[in-house]
Design a binder for this molecule. Structure first.
Ligand code: AMP
Length: 287
């Protein structure tokens, strides 16, 4: 059974008699693809009630970003959710009908994770993660969910939301779901539909760079891989299309040290009409 709710008050009344421990939340901006559906499937497995939120959150877009043309496809999204096998479980789609449902008139509050948002996408998209944490906090509050599902595709986002959850003592378990990829290994994204055949080919440079270094680090120690990594980094720094390519400790997104067990290889490539991100996590040996 799928229930569509468009007002925060309706969501609250609907959830009134459902124990909080039975609720999972999957926050999205809609235009659902198989990557999103993996999150929903994981939540269905764990929780009798899954609340899929669909909200194109204005606060997480920069002034020159794609807020206006971001694909809004609520009807298709609901049909995709109807295709999932639910058994006894239930899906509630919470798609606020206007921004006021989330941001009351005069809204003047910001939830900001500091250091973790100063790097990678946070450095290239000022304010983006503040918009994310501000909306996610509210979605957690409105749904009272105790399990929340996020995609590894946005790895920094997972880390930022984990930090907020700890810092604000929220009783929400953050679960990270692996990246769903297309046949050519590009990470699925609603923004991929901005790509032409040609720019998609160009975008695969990101996919392949991240994949190749993941393969390298699986067979070569960190110190032995350093030369190759540095050489590629020099190329990337000169190439304006690359927002970043970084190799960081996957636990804390800080520099790799001899204590690092897992490395996150993270990249962002800016193409004509789309900015793509990708990452891989690899267990390393340091020496
Ligand atoms: P979005 O609608 O882009 O805000 O994404 C909603 C959630 O789906 C986020 O937690 C994303 O990380 C996750 N997600 C998006 N694309 C993928 C993917 N290809 N694989 C797994 N999760 C994804």
């Amino acid at each position: 059974v799928i229930t569509l709710l468009r007002k925060t008050n309706d969501l609250k009344s609907f959830l009134k008699d459902i124990p909080e421990g039975q609720r999972g939340i999957v926050p999205t901006m809609g235009n659902l693809h198989e990557g999103h559906l993996d999150l929903v499937r994981a939540s269905i497995k764990d929780n009798p009630y899954t609340i899929v939120t669909i909200f194109v959150n204005p606060k997480q877009f920069g002034p020159n970003e794609d807020f206006d043309r971001y694909p809004r496809t609520l009807e298709d999204d609901i049909n995709k959710l109807k295709g999932l096998s639910l058994g006894e479980n239930k899906i509630i789609v919470y798609a606020p009908e206007s921004n006021d449902e989330i941001y009351p008139t005069g809204f003047d509050t910001l939830i900001k994770v500091e250091k973790l948002t100063s790097i990678l996408c946070g450095a290239k998209r000022p304010g983006h993660f503040d918009g994310v944490t501000t909306v996610v906090y509210q979605l957690f509050k409105h749904t009272g969910a105790t399990n929340a599902y996020f995609g590894q595709k946005d790895y920094q986002q997972v880390k930022v939301v984990e930090r907020m959850t700890k810092d604000l003592h929220l009783d929400v378990n953050i679960k990270m779901i692996p990246i769903r990829r297309d046949d050519d290994q590009m990470a699925m994204s609603s923004r991929n539909q901005y790509l032409t055949q040609e720019t998609r080919k160009e975008g695969l440079e990101l996919t392949h760079t991240v994949l190749n270094f993941a393969e390298l680090l699986k067979t070569t120690s960190w110190l032995n891989a350093k030369d190759k990594i540095n050489k590629r980094l020099e190329e990337v720094i000169k190439d304006e299309r690359w927002d970043y390519l970084e190799f960081l400790d996957a636990d804390n997104l800080q520099e790799v040290t001899p204590e690092t067990k897992k490395v996150a290889i993270l990249g962002a490539l800016r193409l004509q009409k789309a900015r793509l991100i990708d990452n891989r996590l690899v267990d390393i040996t340091y020496a």
